[in-house]
Design a protein. Structure first.
Length: 260
């Protein structure tokens, strides 16, 4: 074949015979398939790679669904709560947090945020309407806890914040709501432990005092909710111990009343 000449039909046929035929692939439902040779089997284990945008969109959708499912409230998951019930819980929480205020104020005498949170809890417990004062004072007390460098003072401030937040106990049958009922007592017990050098017998003693201070009305509200969650923190352990003790006390009284 000379330069610039045309390819003959025989040469084109020869080239076609010597050049292997390339396979084209097409994705169908069920996997990638090859077309062209007719001999490649369908692969069902292969999938086209997802783009970053699609992957992020799917992840966002899944996260939103999980959040919605967690927050979803049905008629069966609602708890009956009256204003009186909320005040019973707030009073108990305020009593618990008041015991540990001195632990915070000994270290931070000029910081009144935890005390104001306890006072806000008392105001509601005594019959005033629930307002943003309880919420803002609770947030301020928890902020004081985060800013404190003394661990016992931190827990005392958290107890005060939990007391003010008790007014916002939600009528949802979830174990996480127990912290609105018993959180102040658990944080106060932990504060006493730490103030005593980490002596856990002091915390156990405070939990026993909190058990004795609980009224039948408080226990009745507590029993409408699932048991306190079990986690690894010491505060959670103290809260779980108090929760178990109060429920067993109620069960024991019922058995005695029924003569069994």
């Amino acid at each position: 074949m000379g330069g610039g000449g045309r390819l003959s039909r025989s040469n084109v046929s020869a080239d076609r015979r010597t050049v292997p035929r390339l396979k084209s692939h097409k994705f169908r439902s069920g996997g990638w398939t090859s077309r062209g040779s007719g001999r490649s089997p369908r692969r069902r284990d292969a999938r086209p790679p997802l783009s970053d945008t699609l992957r992020n969109r799917q992840q966002s959708t899944l996260t939103r669904q999980l959040r919605d499912n967690e927050d979803m409230t049905t008629e069966r998951s609602k708890v009956e709560l009256s204003a009186h019930d909320l005040r019973v819980v707030a009073r108990y929480a305020a009593e618990s947090a008041r015991e540990s205020l001195s632990i915070f104020e000994e270290t931070y005498p000029g910081d009144r945020r935890p005390r104001l949170a306890v006072e806000a809890a008392w105001t509601f417990a005594e019959g005033a309407k629930r307002t943003k004062v309880q919420r803002t004072s609770a947030l301020a007390a928890h902020k004081a806890a985060r800013e404190a460098t003394n661990e016992a003072a931190q827990q005392a401030a958290h107890a005060a914040g939990a007391a003010a937040a008790a007014a916002y106990l939600h009528p949802l049958a979830k174990s996480t709501q127990i912290r609105h009922i018993l959180g102040a007592a658990a944080h106060a017990a932990r504060a006493a432990e730490l103030a005593a050098g980490g002596d856990q017998s002091v915390g156990a003693q405070r939990i026993e005092q909190a058990r004795q201070r609980a009224t039948p009305a408080l226990v009745a509200v507590l029993r409408r909710y699932p048991a306190a969650p079990s986690t690894g923190t010491r505060v959670a352990q103290l809260m779980r111990a108090l929760d178990t003790s109060l429920r067993s006390l109620y069960d024991g009284r019922n058995r005695s009343r029924n003569g069994s």
